[in-house]
Design a protein around this ligand. Sequence first.
Ligand SMILES: [Zn+2]
Length: 290
Amino acid sequence: MRGLIALAATLLLAGAAVAQPSYSGPIFDAHLHYNDEAYSGPHPLADVLGRMQRSGVRAIVANSRPNDGTKSLANAREQTQAAGVTVVPFVRLYRNRADYGGWFADPTIVEMVQRELAAGTAAGPYRGLGEFHLYDSANANGPVARQLMQLAQERELAVLAHVDDTAIDLLMAHAPNTRLIWAHTGIGGPPVARVRALLVKYPKLMGELSYRPGLTGAGGGLSAEWKALLTEFSDRFLVGSDTWVNGRWSSYESLMTEARRWLADLPPAAAQRIAWENGARLFGLPAPRR
Ligand SMILES: [Zn+2]
């Protein structure tokens, strides 16, 4: 019955005139930013928690520019509990927009990360680093990227990296046991065969699926090649919203409705893993309360 209610709610949110298949279980949003222009602008805490709750999102990887956004989520223990949302905090490398393009050459970023890790959050210790961007994969070989990958490996922190497939090889060479979460599974859309080869080569590599070119086709269902890959590697993928600008917050519920649509094209156990269980397993979360 709960499943039917959730399905009906999802369809209402989508404004769908015709019934479309929809995954109705919990979602772990593995790529969420709560940046300053969101929390000091149109999306205060009650707004974003309401959006998560209405979307059936029961846990989030929070990483924000600056880290204050993540701390405000972590500090709001009563509100997040009331919304049924578990906060998994990551240290963002960016204090401001300038850091996007220069972090890999800036040793003060490593110092900032160390300070944040030592301080932790009200929701517990940080569990990962990132998201970070490498627009030129050669910078994956710089000292800051190497230090952070090795730090993550030592402390068993996950790393959320927005990089190309070449940089995956370079980053993993620094610290082969690091749990690397590939943001967008390659926003430039490397071929499925290349993604598959990297998953085989690096057993601790995970793929996050927001913005992934080629994932879905007309009608919002999975493309044939992605359906095959996600079914074969259903323990290696995660759903994300990537709320990098406020427009992603204002469309948060429809982003999650879109994810529920393509998840429904998978065998139910595979959909459940990608939507919830993989993230819950990585960070040791219990089953969500009903
Ligand atoms: Zn992002």
